[in-house]
Design a protein around this ligand. Structure first.
Ligand code: F6R
Length: 260
């Protein structure tokens, strides 16, 4: 079962995760982070920027993004290549040569998934994968129906996800229809999954992912198949969890040596 940690604010959750990542980078400077985009992980990146300003060194760390839109012009500010560069690479002081994002360029899109899988495998995989969850339950852009064995490939976004992400664009029709996303099978290969969710809008998806049946209709439920998952929530995102009193109890009585 995933470890579920509920903290009073998203900043407190972000701080916990940032401390853990800074610790990983201390013991293994070449740590590989799987990075998500969207708004959820932003407080983690802000907290990591603070750790970097206070001496944490991420210059040898590597990062692999979860996904990319297909067909946005090179340098588009909402392409995930640009977002990862702005929010992760620059803020943490990563080496751009060690930061990877799937290639959403139209020419050669047929092989983008395969190329990304190869890069991930040759690199040796991801140590810690940060994840957000969509209101549809998607992880990465694996929309409902995605196979738990899926690898990086082109997917079609649901209308709901396009509407959710329209806030980053000037209008809905500018939100791409397609993306290249790590598959659920790819994500499950990462050695530690850290799923973050904040706010009431995520409560339903979190309850289904953590406690619901394991089904391709709820891609988030794939986390139940992974041996090391930490779910970090604020009280609103945790509000629909049936066993939240137990999670709190386990958290309050956790042996200090365990970490996350
Ligand atoms: C982003 C990603 C998505 C988002 C999800 C939640 O790289 O893969 O799964 O994590 O859409 O988005 P936010 O955090 O904006 O609510």
């Amino acid at each position: 079962m995933a470890e579920v940690i509920v903290l009073d604010t998203k900043e407190a959750g972000a701080s916990l995760v940032a401390d853990h990542i800074a610790g990983l980078a201390r013991t293994n400077p070449a740590v590989t982070l799987g990075v998500a985009t969207g708004s959820t992980p932003l407080p983690v990146y802000a907290a990591l920027e603070e750790r970097a300003a206070n001496g944490a060194d991420f210059t040898q760390a590597a990062a692999f993004a979860l996904d990319e839109y297909v067909g946005l012009p090179d340098g588009h500010p909402e392409s995930y290549a640009a977002v990862v560069n702005r929010e992760v690479t620059q803020r943490l002081g990563l080496d751009t040569a060690r930061v990877h994002v799937p290639d959403g360029t139209l020419s050669g899109i047929e092989t983008a998934g395969e190329r990304y899988e190869r890069a991930l495998t040759e690199h040796g995989g991801v140590d810690l994968q940060l994840l957000g969850i969509g209101t549809t339950g998607h992880l990465g852009f694996n929309e409902p129906g995605s196979s738990f064995a899926s690898l990086t490939r082109v997917k079609t976004l649901t209308e709901r996800t396009r509407q959710d992400n329209a806030r980053f664009f000037d209008s809905l029709d500018q939100v791409p229809m397609h993306c290249v996303t790590q598959g659920l099978g790819t994500i499950l290969r990462a050695r530690h999954l850290v799923l973050l969710a904040f706010g009431e809008g995520k409560a339903g998806a979190i309850a289904q992912a953590v406690e619901g049946p394991v089904t391709a209709s709820m891609p988030g439920s794939a986390i139940q198949l992974h041996p090391h998952v930490t779910v970090v929530l604020d009280p609103a995102a945790a509000s629909a969890l049936q066993h939240r009193d137990y999670y709190r109890w386990a958290q309050d009585n956790k042996p200090a040596w365990q970490g996350i």
